[in-house]
Design a protein around this ligand. Sequence first.
Ligand code: HEC
Ligand code: HEC
Ligand code: HEC
Ligand code: HEC
Ligand code: HEC
Ligand code: HEC
Ligand code: HEC
Ligand code: HEC
Length: 384
Amino acid sequence: MTRLMTIMITLAITMTVAVLIPALTQMETAAAEVREDSSAQNEGSCVDCHRDTTPGITATWEISAHGATNVPCTDCHGTDEQAAHDRKHTVDAERCGACHSGALADHRLGSHSKAMDAPGVKAADCTGCHRVAYSCQSCHSSHSTDPDISSRAQTCGACHNSDAPLTRIWASSAHGPLYAARGEPTCVTCHMEGGSHSTGRGMASSLPADKRVEQRGAMVGICTSCHAPATAIRALEDADRLKSQARALMDRARLTLDTKNQPPPHAFEATDAESRLLAAMATAYKAVRMGAYHQNRAVALRALASMQRTLASIKSRAETLERIKALEMRLDNLAARQAKSAGTDSTEALKQDLRALKDSLIKGEVSEEEYQRDKDALLDGAGL
Ligand code: HEC
Ligand code: HEC
Ligand code: HEC
Ligand code: HEC
Ligand code: HEC
Ligand code: HEC
Ligand code: HEC
Ligand code: HEC
């Protein structure tokens, strides 16, 4: 009995081992296979699930250059599903640059890559446009690689119409109808020649003289694929002249207001009366440049005239501020006098009258002339 049991137990163990060992070996092999293939497996799960959850994105990717060449979701989003699902997850220029090093290197040469360094951008919520620094999809869209999207004027206009309406100015320029009929020249023809990602190329007018020559030469080179060099040079020099006229007006505006502050970078940021006037000036200055360099002289001249009008308002505002300052000084003098002579009813009444008069001026209820006349009358009446 005991021997029989021993034999049976031994047999059972042997059989179990005989069955288990190959099974274990098989499992180990399978596990190794799973490990080896983990990225592909993960990939399958991204696409499989996203075909249902975000069918539009998956379909766009499938017909893109990336879908066609099997660049999987994980190459841009990483293999960590949880990280990819985090709200803060982004796919930035470095990730694209791992495979497109030429485009990234060019992009870094241009001012687009420095857009996040512009003053004030990091503090406020300005990434909508300034993210062009780190986001290649600003022009390419996240999942399509269609060049027809990246090279459309509207793509640039999404950010470049922020002050002066650049795409409209350009569309009604000498080149606008040409673009409408033939698709060229567009923004990319002149600012991203041959698919170059360095938008600073050919931007000469703000550079010091020694660097200007080379960049101007590059732009003229682009024009001469269609024009005679002399025509292009003349047109650009004409634009330079309009720009320096406008810059002189801009400088006068800043000096006149003596507010130390620069105009706000965008009109939508102007708050008080002075910065609104400076912003109007800066926006018109931008329109002069955009019109002049984009063969829309009518826009440039209109904007120049508007700068002159705004400068007149700025001068009158500066005079008003000057008068208010003078009046405040007189009020202070009066207060000092009153303190000395322990205040009589008549000086108190005069102070109130002057304050009321100043308020009317600030509110625009009396004109500059009326104000000056009434103030002199009051002060004369008090023998001051
Ligand atoms: C089981 C289904 C499922 C799987 C597997 C899955 N996802 Fe998702 N994913 C979703 C759903 C659903 C959303 C939308 C979440 C929302 O909008 O709240 C989403 C959102 C995302 C987003 C957008 C996140 C955001 O908030 O901007 C990215 C990127 C993403 N998935 C990438 C991946 C990648 C990469 C993988 C594979 C590693 C993956 N997903 C696997 C279901 C899945
Ligand atoms: C070539 C790179 C690339 C590939 C490949 C790629 N994506 Fe994206 N994806 C992006 C970029 C760039 C964004 C925008 C992220 C950001 O805002 O920084 C994005 C955003 C997303 C979003 C959220 C955006 C929205 O509009 O809702 C989802 C979801 C997403 N991807 C899913 C996928 C899935 C699923 C795949 C594979 C089928 C995939 N992606 C393949 C680059 C890629
Ligand atoms: C893992 C490598 C890889 C990554 C990462 C990657 N790409 Fe690509 N990309 C490719 C390949 C491969 C092609 C197709 C072959 C080619 O055209 O170079 C391609 C093609 C393209 C094209 C079309 C080129 C053409 O001539 O039609 C664009 C545009 C593009 N990628 C942009 C991006 C952007 C933007 C990102 C980041 C959001 C990105 N790629 C990330 C590998 C990658
Ligand atoms: C609608 C798009 C858009 C938004 C939003 C935006 N910007 Fe800009 N910004 C631009 C463009 C485009 C330029 C380049 C100049 C031009 O052509 O108008 C620019 C230029 C600038 C410049 C001058 C460039 C430099 O390097 O000095 C500053 C400063 C600036 N922006 C600050 C800001 C701040 C601060 C905010 C947020 C309060 C902001 N921007 C929001 C589009 C935008
Ligand atoms: C200002 C808009 C803009 C930005 C930002 C941008 N691109 Fe492009 N990209 C374009 C245009 C326009 C083309 C040319 C399309 C055409 O006509 O073929 C292009 C072409 C490409 C091509 C195909 C030609 C080539 O050079 O191989 C790739 C790849 C590419 N871009 C990758 C990137 C990457 C990576 C980034 C980010 C570092 C980026 N792009 C940022 C507008 C942009
Ligand atoms: C025919 C060539 C050409 C075309 C097309 C063109 N540009 Fe320009 N652009 C120029 C020149 C030239 C300058 C001035 C260069 C300089 O300052 O020396 C300029 C200047 C600019 C500036 C800087 C202006 C400033 O002074 O702040 C921006 C931004 C710009 N262009 C964007 C665009 C956009 C967006 C489009 C399409 C809607 C476009 N351009 C179409 C040639 C062109
Ligand atoms: C997502 C927003 C965005 C898009 C889209 C965009 N830009 Fe810009 N661009 C900017 C900002 C912001 C600046 C100013 C950067 C700075 O000076 O800090 C700028 C600057 C420029 C400049 C001035 C370059 C220099 O060095 O002086 C040119 C030219 C330009 N962009 C052309 C283009 C063209 C062409 C396109 C379309 C193919 C385009 N941009 C698309 C945001 C954008
Ligand atoms: C893709 C071709 C092409 C490019 C590039 C191009 N132009 Fe033009 N441009 C034309 C055509 C075509 C006209 C229509 C009048 C004509 O045929 O001369 C025109 C008209 C003009 C006009 C108006 C001429 C007039 O008689 O009213 C000016 C000025 C001008 N271009 C300057 C430039 C400058 C400066 C550049 C470079 C920054 C440039 N163009 C780039 C094709 C081009």
